[in-house]
Design a protein around this ligand. Structure first.
Ligand code: SF4
Ligand code: SF4
Length: 175
């Protein structure tokens, strides 16, 4: 359950410890901004979903099973893990920052968590994508308006579309 950090009292984080819920199927999709594509496309499928008439690029994190990069409770691509993994339990939405208050490590014990976007940018949760995030997301939505979508499949009731993101970005696939 995500809540806006602006509406919450200061929270603390105990660390993930043995919990791997985020990597074990808690999430199926994670929304992307265009700037994420180069970082993500070698590891995860980039697709699109349509939500409230907006076309949103997403990465398919899991199909409901464990992430394919989880081995012995460790992430095997840790330095290259996608942005959503780096900043969790935080997630940005335009100018707001939300936090997953259902995360078992979030509460009153442990290290004090940053309580604002400015504090997050100075913390271990820092990620380049958070700088000017609202503008980047808006630009992404505008660019996605004109992409040609091809229906691929339904994943847990969500319609998943392919689109030519490599051509869109000029990303050369060296594989
Ligand atoms: S962020 Fe929270 S829910 Fe996700 S693995 Fe860590 S402790 Fe578990
Ligand atoms: S990429 Fe790594 S951190 Fe992210 S879900 Fe997969 S195993 Fe977990």
């Amino acid at each position: 359950m995500r809540e806006n950090i602006a509406s919450l009292p200061p929270l603390h984080f105990r660390g993930c410890g043995e919990c791997c819920a985020c990597c074990e199927g808690k999430f199926i999709l994670a929304p992307l901004i265009v700037e994420d594509f180069k970082q993500v496309y070698r590891y995860f499928d980039i697709r699109a979903v349509v939500l409230d008439e907006e076309v949103i690029p997403v990465m398919i994190l899991t199909d409901g099973n464990s992430c394919k990069y989880l081995q012995d409770s460790k992430c095997t691509i840790y330095p290259n893990r996608p942005p959503a993994c780096k900043i969790y339990p935080f997630s940005p939405y335009y100018d707001e920052i939300f936090i997953d208050v259902s995360c078992q490590a979030v509460g009153v014990d442990g290290k004090k968590l940053p309580a604002s976007k400015e504090e997050i940018l100075q913390s271990e949760f820092f990620d380049e994508r958070l700088i000017d995030f609202a503008r980047k997301r808006q630009q992404t939505i505008l660019r996605m308006k004109n992409v040609e979508l091809t229906f691929e499949r339904e994943l847990h009731g969500i319609k998943i579309y392919t689109f030519d993101y490599q051509n869109m970005l000029g990303v050369e696939d060296e594989d």
